[in-house]
Design a protein around this ligand. Structure first.
Ligand SMILES: C[S@@+](CC[C@H](N)C(=O)[O-])C[C@H]1O[C@@H](n2cnc3c(N)ncnc32)[C@H](O)[C@@H]1O
Length: 304
């Protein structure tokens, strides 16, 4: 399976916090690390936005972590799965959890997605679970993913919700007057890097507004198919007492497709003005020519 090109290294490496022993130890206690799909609270919403039939498809799992989605995709009939992640710890666990039978069709590779370089039109499905809010060059990555997806292919991903990533000092507050719990939304419009305390470490991630996520996928050329926002239900809140039910969204799930139309439109959108004028004038000439030809054949049929 060869679906990557030599990577450019202009951005250097990212934080790779999952390779810190203490952080990884804490993360390993998380329900999604222990129970895979069943432990991932957003999985039912995510699954609903995935293509229904994965038989024979080539899958990329970007930021695959311990590879639960990669193995699930293979169980659904995918022909091949490439799982990429920056963390050696995560990939070691992914390999441990992957049985011998599936090894031939799954490949896990250590790659920093900030320097992503993939083969053109190599995948039918690109999936990314809670990883795309880490890299600093989102637009570049989205363009590379679009290039590596076949026309008609699906790109489905989950990220931390922009409401969740916005505050610089995140944490639930209590309203003095009503006594209700709320999530502060200051700094929402101030996009960029955040350094937040999580699992005993300072974790670096990126805050993007909703319009930036949507604008990013559209201008990369994807067509939007669906969007879900996950927040803790009563049951989830009982499992995670620090996520008060219904207070704020925690994850955002976006489903897109690479359509021929969106590819063409994004090409038009990025064309230089002079090229665009030329393209429009050629299109007009084409319309006039076909009209003339149709008239000619109409005359011929009247004359005969
Ligand atoms: C919250 S975990 C999610 C893992 C898995 N996709 C899941 O849904 O359970 C985030 C993953 O993204 C990976 N990651 C973060 N930044 C990355 C980068 N720049 N390149 C590749 N992987 C990255 C981490 O190593 C980690 O495995």
């Amino acid at each position: 399976m060869r679906r990557m090109r030599t990577a450019p290294t202009h951005l250097g490496t990212s934080q790779n916090i999952y390779d810190s022993a203490d952080f990884f130890g804490e993360y390993s206690k998380y329900p999604r690390a222990q129970n895979g799909l069943e432990g991932a609270s957003e999985w039912p919403l995510l699954k609903a936005l995935l293509p229904k039939d994965l038989t024979g498809v080539a899958v990329l799992d970007l930021g695959c972590g311990d590879g639960w989605f990669s193995r699930w995709a293979l169980d659904q009939g995918a022909a091949s799965v490439l799982g990429l992640d920056a963390s050696k710890n995560m990939l070691d666990r992914a390999r441990e959890l992957t049985t011998d039978e599936s090894r031939g069709c799954i490949e896990f590779r250590q790659v920093d997605m900030q320097n992503l370089s993939l083969e053109e039109s190599a995948f039918d499905l690109i999936f990314s679970g809670l990883a795309l809010h880490y890299p600093a060059n989102l637009d570049e990555i989205l363009q590379e993913l679009h290039r590596s997806l076949r026309p008609g292919g699906a790109f489905v991903f989950s990220v931390e919700h922009p409401v969740f990533t916005a505050p610089r000092n995140p944490g639930f507050n209590r309203d003095q007057l009503t006594g209700r719990t709320y999530w502060p939304l200051n700094d929402y419009f101030d996009e960029g890097s955040r350094s937040v305390s999580w699992l005993g470490a300072r974790v670096r991630k990126q805050h993007h507004m909703v319009e930036t996520w949507i604008g990013g996928v559209l201008s990369a050329g994807f067509g939007l198919v669906g969007l879900h926002e996950w927040g803790a239900t009563d049951e989830e809140a009982r499992k995670h007492p620090n996520w008060p039910e219904g207070v704020s969204p925690r994850f955002m799930i976006i489903s897109t497709r690479k359509t021929f139309k969106s590819t063409t439109l994004s090409r038009v959108a990025t064309m230089k003005r002079s090229n665009l004028r030329r393209a429009v004038s050629w299109a007009r000439r084409g319309v006039l020519l076909s009209r003339r030809l149709r008239m000619k054949s109409a005359w011929r049929s009247i004359e005969s």
